[in-house]
Design a protein. Structure first.
Length: 561
């Protein structure tokens, strides 16, 4: 029977000693690389703590990554040990296991059927029953601790080298920003192979001494929130967007009175937030808040466990409508910014000085400035050592004085809050010379619930086109409104559908310059995913691959029917 397992700090320490002993038996040298490919679980932490304490360098891998990409990373890092879950990971890896000759030991948490490789061993047999903790070893502050491979949207992933000091400083700087205690509890569900979760959902809780619960899966997240009742939540915008969309889907079915009550609660709640932040005055309607909190806000917060006192969003831009809803309903939601190369957190809003349209001021000790083309430059103790075996790429992103060019464009406000304005490399240059930031436009179009995924294309063309994956439920509604059959694939190409969709898109991007008009749209029913090669493991769209996959359809859009 499935049950939650509690582990104390002392029990974790005892388990780390067992992992240390097993790694020692592999006769690895200080600086050797070991890879971990597990879903979030205590064993992920045990393995890493054991490896790092022995001077080994940890290489985290995404469990959902493609086998060929895993093989590339393992070979590039020359990993000696690879820890994985079981059959689900091992069977796909079998096809490329022969390419990973650097690996002397594959360790599986579960027994694998028909093992097929003499290097594979079950963790139960590999780990000793008990062991004593190894004595502390001296290490230099700039000693390499981990190599984290960026899930690049173009080209091969690059290995970001982070030192022990990089990691510890970033976690410390994050902790002094927020009031946390040993009474706090966090639900961890973003992959630990992602720099954001690794720091905010593992190193920071460990440094502060509060509990972490590992969620069973994203589909079961709603249930886990009610069971664990966390006080702190760390997530990417997509998670908050899912909850937001679920709330609005229910509202569309609700009676008009309930819909109006919800809208009123958000409006009053937002005014209350602005007043608390010192940006708005008192108005009589704020007297309604206790009642609206009881009737509306508390019900939403109860779905998140009912105890949340801090929620952090990072990894991508948080849509303003989403942050407004949660903040208005009483959730202290702050947006931050970072990148793997900066360990990763650069900036984050403070609960008492929260400007939701920004990504907050830099962490203590982190310097930021605006460079050429409005590029955001970062320097500080969290900046990486460089890219593994790639000095050219290191020189391209980090200058001799240690400033990293983030590739994001930004402005810095009078109080130091950073506002992101675009992405340098993702600017679409149309054939007429006009420049369009696709991410901003995609975010605007994506506010329409009809679209689950959106990509704007137009590089080298006179006009823009949109490729969009439709939401199944909303597609049914639109098809019925227009009078086409939703279950017929050709309906996605129907002229009436395209006209209706173009109208909706135009409404979403009306604030963009006149030249940034969308002329055609390609609707798709199959979601872009990691499995079909159109998303990175961190769920970013691989633009080049999407364009290549739908090249013929895109060409037809530009040629006309």
């Amino acid at each position: 029977k499935e049950a939650w397992l509690n582990l104390t700090w002392a029990q974790m320490l005892g388990e780390v000693a067992r992992w240390q002993a097993a790694l020692l038996r592999e006769n690895l040298a200080v600086g050797d690389r070991v890879a971990v490919m597990l879903r979030n679980c205590p064993q992920w932490v045990m393995f890493e703590q054991a490896a790092m304490s022995l001077g080994l360098v940890v290489v985290p891998l995404y469990v959902v990554d493609r086998p060929d990409n895993i093989a590339y990373i393992v070979n590039d890092a020359q990993a000696r040990v690879l820890l994985l879950e079981g059959d689900e990971q091992w069977q796909p890896l079998l096809a490329v296991a022969g390419q990973m000759s650097c690996v002397q030991r594959f360790v599986s948490m579960e027994k694998v059927v028909g093992e097929g490789d003499p290097r594979l061993q079950c963790a139960e047999e590999w780990l000793p029953t008990q062991a004593a903790m190894q004595p502390e070893r001296e290490r230099k502050r700039d000693e390499l601790a981990t190599i984290m491979y960026t899930s690049g949207t173009t080209g091969k992933p690059k290995g970001v080298m982070l030192s022990h000091y990089n990691i510890v400083y970033n976690a410390y700087a994050g902790l002094i920003t927020f009031p946390v205690s040993t009474d706090d509890c966090m639900l961890s569900f973003l992959p630990l192979s992602h720099a954001f979760e690794r720091t905010a959902g593992y190193y920071m809780p460990m440094m502060a001494g509060f509990a972490v619960a590992y969620a069973r899966s994203i589909p079961l997240l709603a249930d886990d929130l009610k069971v664990i009742r966390p006080t702190i939540l760390v997530a990417v915008p997509r998670i908050y967007e899912r909850i937001y969309n679920a709330i609005h889907a229910k509202l569309e079915e609700a009676p008009p009175l309930r819909h109006k009550l919800f809208t009123l609660a958000v409006d009053v709640g937002w005014d209350r937030f602005e007043q608390q932040q010192g940006r708005g005055g008192w108005t009589p309607k704020l007297l309604l808040w206790p009642l609206l909190k009881h009737l509306v806000a508390d019900k939403v917060m109860d779905r998140l466990g009912g105890r949340l006192r801090l929620s952090i969003s990072g990894g991508a831009a948080l849509p303003p409508k989403v942050s407004r809803l949660f903040i208005a309903l009483g959730l202290p939601l702050v947006q931050g910014y970072g990148m793997t190369e900066t360990s990763p957190v650069v900036s984050v809003n403070h609960v008492e000085n929260n400007r939701p349209h920004t990504v907050g001021p830099p962490l203590e000790g982190i310097q930021v400035r605006i460079g050429e083309q409005s590029a955001l430059l970062v320097k500080g103790p969290s900046n990486m050592l460089g890219y593994w075996n790639n000095p050219e790429a290191t020189a391209a992103i980090m200058d001799k004085d240690g400033w990293i060019n983030t590739g994001d464009t930004a402005s810095i406000g009078p109080q130091g809050h950073i506002t992101l304005t675009g992405r340098l490399k993702e600017i679409i240059v149309m054939s007429n010379g006009e420049k369009v930031p696709p991410a901003d436009m995609e975010a605007a179009i994506g506010r329409d619930h009809l679209f689950d995924q959106v990509m704007v294309h137009g590089e080298g063309h006179p006009a823009l086109v949109v490729l969009a994956v439709v939401n199944p439920e909303q597609w049914q509604v639109l098809a019925q409104q227009v009078g086409v059959r939703a279950d017929m694939p050709e309906s996605l190409r129907d002229t009436r559908i395209e006209h209706a969709v173009l109208e909706r898109v135009a409404g979403q991007i009306r604030e963009f310059p006149g030249f940034a008009k969308v002329r055609r749209v390609l609707l798709l029913s199959e979601p872009w995913s990691i499995e079909n090669g159109l998303l990175t493991p961190t769920l970013k769209i691989k633009r080049a691959q999407v364009v290549a996959r739908f090249a013929k359809e895109i060409e037809r859009l530009y040629q006309g029917r």
